[in-house]
Design a protein around this ligand. Structure first.
Ligand SMILES: Cc1cc2nc3c(=O)[nH]c(=O)nc-3n(C[C@H](O)[C@H](O)[C@H](O)COP(=O)(O)O)c2cc1C
Length: 267
């Protein structure tokens, strides 16, 4: 056998070897990706439930009794029709509000208030949370709106009067660590507890104020100190909350059920 045919044979074998290895690797990656999907989905759901329980002020109970057991025992996911504020039907387990908000048949155009939303889904899943006696103790409302860099997703936890804040929890955002991402800092989150969203005339009163509470022009119960060095993210949070508490968000639901939920009135 000549030297050239020897080297030809070695080259083609190398190519076949590389090709086979590539095929095996691609197959392994796609098997891993598809077999990990259910685990990723379960982890996402666990994270969502953890954040909902946090917004309802039940983190300690969840830490003691487990997230799944606590969610199962206390949380009732409910569909609402945002325009009327009434409860409606749907399967929350498969509902995807993000996909509905892009579907013109299942969403409505909204006014641009700097929240970064052009449309919002017609339905929303909210979470009514019971206490040990089985009475509704709080409601957790999903919120979404622009920060400085991108859309941020979170929950507002309100007491059953649908006015007093339990927690404001963001769970998905692309703000800068140490600046806008401080919305997730427990110290900032703690500032929200006990604040009131609406004044006595039922107007949205909550404001994130820059430069400390001395700049609160109304009443301290309606003011939250802005994040220092992250005024733009804070402004985004303020606009987002105003949007979702307003007429195009949960306003009709809050007008209908504020002060009634803890009596168990769900009609
Ligand atoms: C690299 C970089 C990242 C920043 N990230 C954020 C952010 O996530 N959120 C924010 O509000 N401001 C961010 N800022 C600062 C804003 O540009 C702006 O200065 C700030 O919001 C003003 O807040 P202050 O008035 O409290 O200083 C960032 C600035 C730089 C240079």
């Amino acid at each position: 056998m000549s030297n050239s045919s020897k080297s030809k044979e070695t080259f083609s074998r190398t190519v076949i070897f590389v090709f086979v290895i590539c095929l095996i690797c691609a197959a392994l990656v796609s098997i891993a990706a598809s077999s990990l999907k259910p685990l990723q989905k379960a982890n996402k759901l666990l994270d969502q439930h953890t954040k909902i329980l946090e917004a309802a002020g039940l983190s300690d109970v969840a830490a003691k009794n487990g997230v799944d057991a606590t969610f199962e025992k206390f949380v009732m996911p409910k569909f609402i029709d945002l325009a009327s504020g009434s409860f409606t039907t749907g399967d929350h387990a498969i509902y995807d509000e993000r996909s509905d908000s892009r579907d013109v048949a299942k969403s409505s155009a909204v006014k641009d208030r700097g929240v970064g939303l052009r449309r919002r889904a017609n339905k929303a899943v909210i979470y009514l949370v019971k206490n040990d006696q089985g009475h509704i103790d709080s409601a957790v409302l999903p919120i979404v709106g622009m920060g400085l860099w991108d859309i941020m997703y979170g929950y507002i936890g309100l007491e059953a009067n649908l006015n007093t804040v339990k927690r404001v929890v963001y769970y998905e955002l692309k703000e800068t660590p140490g600046l806008g991402a401080e919305v997730q800092n427990p110290k900032w989150k703690a500032l929200w507890k006990g604040k009131e969203m609406f004044d006595k005339n039922h107007n949205i009163a909550i404001e994130i104020v820059k430069g400390g509470m001395a700049n609160c022009k109304t009443n301290k119960i309606y003011c939250v100190d802005a994040l220092s060095g992250a005024t733009l993210t804070s402004r985004g949070v303020n606009r987002t909350i105003h949007f979702w508490l307003g007429d195009e968000g949960y306003g009709p639901f809050i007008a209908k059920f504020g002060g009634k939920l803890n009596n168990g009135e769900l009609n």
